[in-house]
Design a protein around this ligand. Structure first.
Ligand SMILES: Nc1nc2c(ncn2[C@@H]2O[C@H](COP(=O)(O)OP(=O)(O)O)[C@@H](O)[C@H]2O)c(=O)[nH]1
Ligand SMILES: [Mg+2]
Length: 388
């Protein structure tokens, strides 16, 4: 089953109707009987007997497997609940990029060169990234040729399957936060000005607090006027603690104070805000190195996550920011903000292909509920639900 069909059934409870499954098991049983029969018939041909037997037993195994699978998946119940924040937050992309895709299908009666060219353009416009699009187009073209597909309608699902295959096949990528089992977990937030660092910290602090964690926010952005105040306001809004100093203070000293407090008062999670002046790469690198040294001295093994924030509306620019930050520090995860503000929606794929750091959270709006753990299935459903 292709990815698209899998997600469709996952969310709509449209997995195979029981009747059809019964028929399939029947067929399977029949072939097994036939095979059994042929085994007795070919007794004389000694060489092929063993082979046949093996085939039969593998069929039997397959049947068993089929049956156990059936037990696990209730056939008509949806196995996943639609996440409304994804659905709403991806509206722009659905109306933009995805609806362009769908229009393409109704525009062409046959899959031809012009169709391919237009498809390629739509995907590049969706921020998917040129390299990813090129490789995708190659795969699609060869599949179309091999399977002799002529109807654009038949290609719709294949497009989704082939687009996301790189994401789903790779199970190295995980959206889980790496928690410290003994002592405070330190999360360091980096990224250029305006991408949504402070807001993301506020939203995530709320989430973690709801989970029952004791959270401390540390205002390591002492550069920008008002940055400390903004973080403090978030801490009050969501009801967590805060450590900050005056504008212009040494960020590393704020971090030091924050971590001392965290250790003494047994905080579960410490979230550190930073200033991201990428224009001055050398200075930024030095500053992050210093902050990291202070963190490592205070809590060996920390930071447990260094999360890079990228603004989805900046497209290719966001990708190059990620590459620059990758050169100056180790990044363990990406938070992709403002996905609600773009009609393109393909940047997740560009990040996978060009940066290959897991997207751990996505921002789908400005309120505290709008930060969500990244879930590729919710994401695909949110984008393509009108096609399902
Ligand atoms: N629509 C939308 N706006 C966001 C999102 N995340 C952050 N913002 C807005 O982006 C602006 C800059 O955010 P801020 O946290 O100050 O960025 P920072 O400079 O990186 O700390 C603010 O107005 C936020 O409300 C998001 O997911 N969706
Ligand atoms: Mg900020």
């Amino acid at each position: 089953m292709g990815l698209f069909s899998k997600i469709k059934s996952m969310f709509k409870g449209e997995s195979k109707p029981q009747e059809q499954e019964k028929i399939e098991t029947k067929k399977e049983e029949q072939t097994i009987e036939e095979e059994n029969h042929s085994v007795t018939e070919i007794k004389q041909e000694e060489t092929s007997i063993e082979q046949k037997k093996q085939e039969v037993s593998s069929k039997e195994e397959k049947k068993k497997e089929l049956e156990s699978n059936k037990e696990q998946v209730p056939s008509t119940e949806p196995t996943k609940k639609v996440n409304k924040v994804y659905e709403k937050g991806l509206t722009k992309s659905r109306k933009g990029f995805v609806s362009n895709l769908m229009n393409l299908t109704s525009k062409y009666r046959r899959v031809n060169e012009e169709y391919f060219e237009e498809l390629e353009e739509i995907l590049i416009m969706a921020d998917i990234g040129v390299n990813t699009v090129m490789e995708f187009m190659d795969r699609l073209r060869s599949r179309v040729q091999k399977e002799r597909i002529e109807d654009p309608e038949a290609l719709k699902e294949i497009i989704v399957d082939e687009l996301f295959i790189i994401y789903v096949d790779d199970n190295i990528l995980t959206n889980k936060i790496n928690y410290n089992p003994d002592g405070p977990t330190v999360l360091l937030f980096i990224g250029v000005n305006g991408v949504g660092k402070t807001t993301t910290i506020g939203k995530l602090a709320w989430k973690l607090k709801e989970e029952g964690k004791k959270v401390l926010l540390v205002a390591g952005d002492t550069f920008r006027a008002g940055a400390t105040k903004q973080l403090e306001e978030w801490s009050e809004k969501v009801g967590v603690s805060f450590v900050g100093k005056e504008e212009g203070a040494d960020p590393a000293s704020v971090v030091y104070d924050g971590l001392e407090k965290a250790k003494q008062e047994n905080y579960d999670v410490v979230m550190i805000d930073t200033a991201g002046r990428l224009q001055n790469k050398v200075n930024l690198m030095k500053e992050l190195e210093k902050i990291n040294r202070v963190i490592q001295n205070a809590i060996p093994g920390a930071p447990h996550e260094t999360l890079l924030i990228i603004d989805a509306t900046t497209g290719q620019n966001g990708i190059s920011q990620a590459k620059s930050f990758q050169e100056i520090t180790k990044i363990t995860g990406i938070v992709l903000t403002k996905l609600d503000g773009t009609a393109k929606g393909g940047i997740v794929l560009a990040i996978k292909e060009e940066v290959n750091i897991p997207v751990k959270y996505i921002g789908l709006g400005e309120t505290k509920e709008d930060l969500q753990p990244f879930d590729i299935e919710q994401y695909i459903y949110g984008l393509f639900k009108d096609m399902m």
